[in-house]
Design a binder for this molecule. Structure first.
Ligand code: AMP
Length: 542
């Protein structure tokens, strides 16, 4: 047996996080305190999580969605999300989460590629899906969380279904290889890819929640990530609940005052957040933080982007707390490298490998490089939460593995003490406040506007967001680049893709540099933007 959380070979994530906790006597323990944007609180015990997710598993069966089929939630932070996530895993469906800011193109790519059978959403968000529904032949059922009655045979009311569903469900014994969670991730070329995980990933998520985040039964944990992203599922759901730990979830947005009120009043002991959020806090009036008593807060963890040493110093000086960096990606399913609370923090470094994980820095020829040398960050394949494929894209999946190493796409180096240091991405993917944005997707969406002939998109350094999206656009002759036009461009990207992909800057150009095969030379755009030497441009064709 590979871990103490596995009983009778049952690897089912939905069951381990709920029914198994009840079997261990935690049925009446608080699993989730839900806090609305207006600070209304709703408490759910592990027994309630179990019963509500059982109901959802039964609903899936009643509408004919079976094991291995894909369901999505497309919701702002809401309680239904958690029941649907756990219930669909109990029913051995593949469960995907869609960030509620996604626009029509982003939705069509994901729902179409995955052949999703069912979506749980709410009325206002469903309008976006309705507009593309004729292009989604596999989408049979939509469940709306905020209507009292079914609207039609295939647009159903969550409340009605939940009221009628049985709260008893026997979760089938689930093998570790069984597909579980699906998250889409953006690359620098092509459409977003569906990263598919397996139920066995819970072993790694459980282990790292214990070993890195250090959660104990009496802890109160807060992970600020939205469930639309991997941190929000691996550590905002699976890791803590697999350990029977209580979590708070706050549906409101960023507000320094509200966040600190929550940390203090709820008695949060471990907090997992992101560098952009911490940098935003650093910009606040610092006297604000003196109002709060954070004596219960043991430590703060960060993920998603490089954690600058200034944030760590700020944490110590202003809050009297250490901030520990952790590194992982959608594909790795769980933390791979981290600054552990048991070790002194090496500021600026991502930390050391977590147990069972073997990273290495490889040269472009695949050889393992010595300490201090810059190269590709790779992980020895075969860890428990390693993704099992890119949905319907085996070629892209196998291209990520060479001679037993998974290539992360990040560049890094390791010091002589085994600490890993992030250098950047090896591709053009933009990391803006921890969200990966594909320049290709933004460029394609820009071309949908009739005024634009060509576009090139890059990530430029930004003090707050780590990187910002900058779009270079060449307009048709006679088109005026007015402030209204710029606003229109931004709105268009928000509607088609998402708010995170909105260009922070739109720059008019007379042409977009391309190589002889027509590929946009983003490297040249970036060098020009930064006022740097553009390097070898012998293949350039403007
Ligand atoms: P995603 O797959 O969307 O979770 O994004 C993963 C990518 O975010 C990684 O490949 C890194 O480029 C970046 N990233 C995540 N955590 C860190 C970190 N602690 N330091 C630097 N970059 C990070």
């Amino acid at each position: 047996m590979s871990s103490s959380i596995i009983r009778n070979s049952q690897h089912n994530i939905g069951f381990i996080c709920t029914g198994q906790q009840c079997d261990a006597g935690l049925g009446d323990k608080l699993a989730m305190r839900w806090i609305s944007p207006r600070f209304e609180r709703q408490d759910f015990t592990f027994s309630e999580l179990d019963r509500f997710s059982n109901k959802f598993a039964n609903i899936l069966q009643s509408v004919g969605v079976g094991a291995g089929e894909v369901i999505f939630t497309f919701l702002p932070k809401s309680t239904e999300h958690f029941f649907a996530f756990l219930g669909s895993l109990k029913a051995q469906c593949i469960t995907g989460t869609l960030f509620s800011n996604f626009g029509e193109d982003a939705l069509l790519d994901r729902l179409g590629d995955s052949k999703a059978r069912l979506v749980v959403t709410r009325k206002s968000l469903y309008r976006k899906i309705e507009r593309i529904r004729d292009q989604l032949p596999h989408l049979k059922t939509v469940i709306l969380t905020d209507v009292a009655e079914h609207s039609s045979d295939d647009v159903l009311s969550w409340n009605k279904l939940m009221a009628e569903a049985s709260e008893k469900f026997t979760t089938p014994c689930t093998a570790p290889e069984t597909p579980s969670v699906l998250h889409y991730t953006s690359g620098s070329t092509g459409k977003p890819k569906g990263v598919l995980h397996r139920h066995g990933s819970i072993l790694h998520q459980n282990r790292t929640t214990r070993e890195v985040l250090g959660l104990l039964p009496e802890d109160l944990f807060w992970c600020t990530a939205d469930q639309g992203w991997v941190t929000g599922t691996s550590y905002g759901i699976i890791g803590p609940w697999s350990l029977g730990v209580t979590q708070i979830h706050f549906a409101g947005g960023y507000s320094a005052h509200s966040w600190f009120e929550l940390l203090q009043n709820e008695g949060v002991t471990v907090w997992y957040t992101a560098p952009t959020a911490l940098r935003m806090l650093m910009r606040e009036e610092q006297s604000l933080f003196r109002e709060f008593d954070l004596s219960l807060l043991r430590c703060i963890f960060s993920v998603g982007e490089p954690l600058n040493p200034e944030v760590i110093s700020w944490g110590r000086e202003t809050l009297g707390k250490d901030v520990f960096d952790t590194w992982f990606q959608t594909e790795t399913g769980g933390i791979m490298i981290a600054n552990h609370p048991s070790l002194p923090i090496r500021s600026g470094s991502m930390g050391i490998p977590v147990s069972g994980i073997e990273p290495a820095i490889l040269g472009d020829d695949g050889t393992v490089l010595a300490d201090d040398m810059h190269g590709n960050l790779c992980i020895r394949e075969g860890w428990d939460s390693m993704f099992i494929t890119y949905l319907s894209n085996d070629t892209a999946y196998s291209s990520k593995f060479k001679k037993g190493w998974y290539h992360t796409g990040d560049m890094a180096w390791r010091d002589k003490d085994g600490y890993y240091w992030f250098l950047g991405r090896s591709d053009d993917v933009i990391n803006t406040s921890g969200h990966l944005v594909s320049p290709f997707e933004v460029e394609s969406a820009l071309l949908e506007l009739p005024e634009i002939v060509e576009s090139g998109v890059i990530g430029a350094p930004d003090e707050l967001l780590f990187e910002k999206v900058v779009a270079f656009v060449n307009f048709h002759p006679g088109v005026d680049f007015t402030p209204e036009m710029e606003l229109n461009i931004r709105l268009h990207i928000a509607n088609r893709l998402s708010s995170v992909a909105i260009p922070q800057e739109v720059i008019q150009v007379e042409s977009v540099p391309k190589n002889k095969s027509g590929k946009i030379m983003r490297r040249v755009l970036k060098a020009r933007y930064l006022g740097q030497d553009v390097g070898d441009i012998s293949t350039l064709e403007e």
